[in-house]
Write a protein that binds this ligand. Structure first.
Ligand SMILES: [Zn+2]
Length: 262
C-alpha cells in the first residue's frame, strides 16, 4: 500500500425535495452541485475503485488531488440529480447496488427510518456504466451481514456480485457493506467471493494502511454546510466533530460516533 490519505465520499440519496424521514442522508441537489463545484475548484479529480486499488498496490499513478465519490443503495434520485452534475464536471463515481431490489424500492427502510425510496433499474445502471461510471455490489437484499450464518452471508456477497456481473456484462470487484455491518468473518467471505475492495461506513480518510476490505469513508450528511464539507474532505470530520473530539480527547481519544447509515 502506497500513497497519501484519500477521501472516499459516501452519499446516499440526492434530491431537490428530501423526504423528512431521510433528511440526514439526503443531500439536496443544490448542495450537491455546490460540493462538486468546490471539488473541481480545489483541483480534485475523481477516480473509481479500480484506479484506487491499483494505486494502493503501487501499480498505478494518482492525480494530485484524488477523491472517490460513492453512492450507496442505488437510489433513483442519485441517478436523476447527482449524475448530471458529475457529468458536467467530468467526475466518475461508484454506485453500490442492491442486486435483488433493482427497479423496486428500499424495502429495508420501511421500519427505520420509515420511508421507501425508488431504486434505479438495471437499464439505468447499464447507462451509467456506458458513461464511465462504476457499479459495485451492496448485497442482494440489504441485510446486516455481521452475525448472519456463513451460508447466508456468502449468498448475499457472491450472488450479489454474480447478478451484477450478469446484468451489467462486466466484472464487479467492489463492495460496500449494507449498514456498514461487517466483522472478520464477513471480510473473509468477501475476499472469498472475489471482491478486491469493500467499503465500510467507518468515518475518516482512507490512509495508505487502510484495510482494503474495510475502507474508511467520509459521510456527507444532509445537514452539512459547505465548510463542513471542506473540513470532511481534508480531515475526514466536520469542524464541530473535531472540536468535540479534542474536548473529549483526554478521557476517550478514540471514541467513535454511534449509529449506522443505511
Ligand atoms: Zn445501504
Amino acid at each position: 500500500m502506497t500513497g497519501a490519505a484519500i477521501p472516499i465520499l459516501m452519499y446516499h440519496e440526492v434530491s431537490p425535495r428530501p423526504h423528512l424521514a431521510f433528511r440526514r442522508y439526503t443531500v439536496t441537489a443544490r448542495d450537491f452541485a455546490r460540493q462538486m463545484r468546490l471539488l473541481a475548484a480545489l483541483g480534485y479529480r475523481a477516480i473509481d475503485m479500480d484506479t484506487f486499488v491499483q494505486a494502493r498496490a503501487g501499480r498505478a499513478g494518482l492525480p494530485k488531488r484524488p477523491v472517490v465519490i460513492t453512492f450507496d443503495d442505488g437510489f433513483q434520485g442519485s441517478a436523476d440529480h447527482a449524475v448530471p452534475v458529475l457529468r458536467a464536471h467530468g467526475f466518475t463515481a461508484v454506485f453500490y447496488l442492491v442486486a435483488g431490489l433493482m427497479g423496486k424500492t428500499s424495502r429495508w427502510m420501511v421500519s427505520d427510518p420509515g420511508v421507501e425510496l425508488p431504486l434505479m433499474t438495471w437499464d439505468t445502471a447499464r447507462e451509467l456504466i456506458a458513461e464511465g461510471f462504476q457499479c459495485g455490489a451492496h448485497s442482494v437484499t440489504h441485510r446486516r451481514l455481521a452475525g448472519l450464518p456463513a451460508g447466508e452471508c456468502h449468498a448475499e456477497l457472491a450472488d450479489g456480485r454474480k447478478r451484477l456481473e450478469d446484468e451489467l456484462g462486466r466484472p464487479v470487484a467492489h463492495l460496500a457493506y449494507p449498514f456498514g455491518s461487517y466483522d472478520r468473518a464477513v471480510e473473509d467471505l468477501a475476499a472469498k467471493a472475489g471482491y478486491a475492495t469493500a467499503c465500510s461506513t467507518r468515518s475518516g480518510l482512507s490512509g495508505p494502511d487502510d484495510d482494503v476490505l474495510a475502507l474508511h469513508r467520509v459521510t456527507v450528511y444532509g445537514h452539512d454546510s459547505l465548510s463542513d464539507f471542506v473540513s470532511r474532505l481534508r480531515t475526514g470530520a466536520a469542524v464541530r466533530e473535531r472540536l468535540g473530539r479534542a474536548v473529549a480527547g483526554f478521557a476517550r481519544p478514540f471514541r467513535r460516533r454511534g449509529g449506522s447509515p443505511p
